[in-house]
Write a protein of this length. Sequence first.
Length: 306
Amino acid sequence: MGTPTSSARSAVRGRSIMKRLRPDAARGTVPTSYERPVLHTVPHSSPDRPLPLRLADLAVAACTAQTVLAPKPDPLALHAAELLHAPFASMAEAAMGRPLDRRLREQLGRLGRAGEQRALEAGTGAPGKRGALWSVGLLVAGAVATNCRSDVETCEAAATLARLPDGGAPAASRSPGGRARQYYGVPGAVGQARSGFPNVLGVALPALRQSRAAGASEVTARMDALLALLSTLDDTTLLQRGGSQGLLSVQMDARDVLSSGGFGTARGRKAFVRLDARMTRNGLTAGGSAALLSAALFLDFLFEGR
C-alpha cells in the first residue's frame, strides 16, 4: 500500500475522543503539546459588560474548551464556536425577569435551533453544536433566573425549563441522539437536563476540582473530568456509532485510565493512549460527554471563577 494522503490522515485524526484529541497511539506516547499552556484557567469577562454578554462569554469559552485541549486548534472550530455567542446572549436576555414557563421554554428552543443552524452552516468543525446548545443554553437561562446564586440552583432552574414542553422541537426520531435514546432506553442529554444534570454536578465537577486540588495542570484536570464522564455516562453518540458494546468498551477503558492514576500520571496516559486508539480504530466519538464537559466548565467558570 502507498503512503496515506494528508486528507486520509486528517480523516483519522477527526475520529478521536473529542474529535480533536490525537495522541500518537501508534508510537505509544502522548505528545508534550498536550501540556501547552492554557492562557486562562477561568476566562476573563469584564464585570462592566451586561450580564447576558458575560454569560455568553463564559458559555463560548466552555464550548471551545475541547479545542483548547487539542495540540493544534482548528480555526474553523474556533470560528464556529464564536457564532454561538449571539444565541447564548439572546437566551440569557430572554430569561431576564421572566417566569420559568412554557413561553420562555419555547423561545429558548427557537433561539437554540437558530444558533445550531448558524453553527452547522459554519462547517463540520463546529464544536458541541446540538448538545452544547441544549445543555449550556439551558444553564445560561437558569443562571439568569436564579441571579447566579449557585451551580445547584442554576441546574434546578435549567431542569424546570427542560421538563416543559416545546411545541417547536423536532421529533426525537429526527436526530441520531434521539433515535439512540429511544432504541437503547437511555436518558441522553434530554434526560440529564430534566434531572438537573446529575453527571455534571456529581461526576464532572468533582473530578475537575479534585484533580486541580491535587496539583494537576488545567489540561489534566479537564481531561480527568472528561474521563469521569466517559466512565459513567450512557453517551448516545457512542451508542449511535458503536452500539452497546462500543459504549461499554469506552466506559471500561476510561475507568482503566482513572484507576491507573488519571491523565496526569505515566500509567494513566498509557491507558489513555489505548482508549483513544480503540476509539479511533472503531470510528467512535463521545459527543454527549463532550457536551456535558462544556456544561461543567460553564458552571465552573461562572461560580469558581468569582
